[in-house]
Design a binder for this molecule. Structure first.
Ligand code: SAH
Length: 378
């Protein structure tokens, strides 16, 4: 097959892991299969990372062959794993078109959190974020977003279940809304991975229409909003999308976001020395968030070559926190994990490292081996 015809085939032959369970039920129904079949297939797709329809051993052979003829399972391969001194581990995954993404596994006392990406690169251009320097290569598909959880689980911690998922890796999930919402349906489906929505957090730079749509979806996942400035003037400069969705509109959408009892919106505030870390900033932040059921994660900037900002001193960070706490806000200081392996907040940027580091030998995991074109559905 030529690359062009292969691409055409990829467009027309669906990857079954891009389907939510209702979509799969409808698609399989059109093949003349009973609806319980969809549940059976969905379980195979998500409770392991099968490569081949032949592995669905409790399906009739004719059904497996029909699936193989009309659908595909796109491989995703782990090409590199890095471990941090603090126990955080980062996996580099290569997608079928050669693009690469990173996902991070963060062990804590009683949690095992998967931090996953929603896009290859990002278009938002936040001035303090390394992913932004890549620009946007492309959106990820639901199979590629949810697949990162399976990849982390099977490659890194087959023995202990991942307990929480945060969409805080590369990309802006609400700029890839449809795939993000499908992913959330896939992750929470009981027939598959069965995550409670309360254990999933979507982090956004503040795309107001996306926040409202997520609210209307009724999915019940947690919302995190990366605020990082208390005036439109400064936020416009740090986070360009603020010019489109200014603070007042953003905070209004947050006020209206439905929260279950005892749940809170998380506001992330990346602290940058002499930029947004003054006591006045802290007072303005406390005022802005008044009346919103929330907590503020204070994240001292992770510095990187090429980023024009610095992290504040510990004492300035503490002073900032005290102002918030005195105003009644919960405001923990979050040192992001995995700094020594560039797995920390804002540090995921595969294209950059492609240029300067030799790639280690491809390494196979339960999430997929490198395969030839045939698995692309030719
Ligand atoms: N686009 C989404 C999710 C990805 S960014 C969002 O903006 O929320 C994940 C988090 O990392 C965001 O809170 C972002 O503000 C933070 N971040 C980005 N660059 C950082 C840096 N250099 N140091 C610390 N945190 C950073």
């Amino acid at each position: 097959m030529t690359p062009v015809s292969l691409a055409m085939a990829a467009v027309h032959v669906p990857d079954l892991r891009d389907f939510t369970l209702p979509e799969l039920t409808q698609w399989i129904g059109k093949m003349g299969e009973p609806s319980y079949r969809a549940r059976q297939v969905f379980r195979w797709l998500w409770r392991g990372w099968i490569q081949d329809f032949g592995e669905m051993t409790d399906l009739p052979r004719a059904c497996r062959e029909a699936l193989a003829g009309q659908a595909r399972l796109t491989p995703m391969s782990a090409v590199k794993v890095q471990s941090s001194r603090d126990g955080t581990r980062k996996i580099l995954l290569r997608l079928s078109d050669g693009e690469e993404i990173e996902a991070v596994l963060i062990p804590e006392a009683r949690r095992l959190t998967a931090c996953i990406s929603s896009q290859v690169g990002c278009a938002m251009g936040c001035r303090f974020c390394l992913t932004a320097t890549m620009g946007l290569h492309r959106n990820l598909r639901p199979s590629e977003i949810a697949g990162q959880v399976v990849a982390l689980q099977s490659a890194l911690v087959p023995e202990a279940p991942i307990t929480h998922i945060v969409l805080m890796g590369m990309g802006e999930p609400l700029a890839n809304y449809v795939a993000t919402e499908k992913t959330l349906h896939i992750l929470t489906a009981k027939a598959g991975l069965g995550f409670s929505p309360r254990r999933i957090t979507v982090s956004t730079v503040g795309l107001v229409p996306g926040i409202r749509r997520l609210a209307r979806s009724g999915l019940g996942v947690n919302l995190a909003v990366s605020l990082s400035a208390t005036t439109d003037d400064l936020r416009d400069r740090l986070i360009p999308i603020n010019a489109r969705y200014p603070l007042s509109e953003l905070l209004q959408a947050c006020r209206e976001f439905p929260l279950a009892p005892r749940r809170r919106i998380t506001f992330e505030y990346v602290l940058m020395a002499d930029v947004n870390d003054s006591v006045d900033d802290a007072r303005r932040l406390a005022r802005l968030l008044k009346g919103i059921q929330c907590k503020v994660n204070l994240i001292p900037l992770n510095e990187a070559p090429g980023l024009p900002f610095h992290r504040p001193s510990r004492s300035r960070t503490e002073a900032f926190r005290k102002v918030l706490e005195r105003a009644g806000h919960i405001a923990p200081i979050r040192e992001s994990r995995g700094q020594d392996i560039s797995a920390a907040c804002g540090m995921l940027a595969t294209a950059e490292r492609l240029l300067d580091s030799p790639r280690s030998a491809p390494y196979t995991t339960g999430c997929g081996v490198e395969q030839s074109g045939s698995s692309l559905g030719s």
